[in-house]
Design a binder for this molecule. Sequence first.
Ligand SMILES: *[C@@H]1O[C@H](CO)[C@@H](O)[C@H](O)[C@H]1NC(C)=O
Length: 226
Amino acid sequence: MKPNFSLLSKLLILQYLSALCLSQDFDFFYFVQQWPGAYCDTRQSCCYPKTGKPVADFGIHGLWPNYNDGSWPSNCDPDSVFDKSQISELMSSMNEKWPSLSCPSSNGFRFWSHEWEKHGTCAESELDQREYFETALKLKEKINLLQILKDADIEPDDGFYSLENISDAIKKGTGFTPGIECNKDSAHNSQLYQVYLCVDTSGSNLIECPILPSSRCGSNIQFPKF
Ligand SMILES: *[C@@H]1O[C@H](CO)[C@@H](O)[C@H](O)[C@H]1NC(C)=O
């Protein structure tokens, strides 16, 4: 019997297309932590979550799939909506380590659902929704930025520190060069806002960043109180 090449090639093309659609490839994650003191003392200000003022610690901003060239995928799967029942067991850790400071005051679900839908859905080939949030919480536990900085006498005391000293301290404490992002307080001082560390696509291992985000920092930056 003559093999049906046309059917075979159609099947191959279909298989290829579905593989393209299902694998949301990315090269690494940025794990981004933010200092609440710098979020809150800008002109725009902040609102504490309904669970109350967060502890004075870095909070998670997000775990963002990224490409080596600095670009990133976003909103990869409109069908995968945030489902809070999948993280019900993580709720107390989420409130503590991933608080929302945006206004109006909220219980965090808006923030987490934004993070899942914009960034998390682009890592679904590696982590499902529960694993995604759990992975970020584990990274936060593993990387105690505030303690690392305190060990280098860098404290949130409204003092000014050199960007180099902050970066060196984090490199010493984690083994990897961080990306440091600043913003400006209402008096226009450049201040420590977010710290980026890079993580492999499994979400478990820190790596050297293939590319660092632009820092927008002066050479001396304030570490504001919270
Ligand atoms: C940076 O670190 C050095 C060495 O510990 C210290 O002498 C210096 O005062 C620091 N600079 C700032 C601006 O924090």
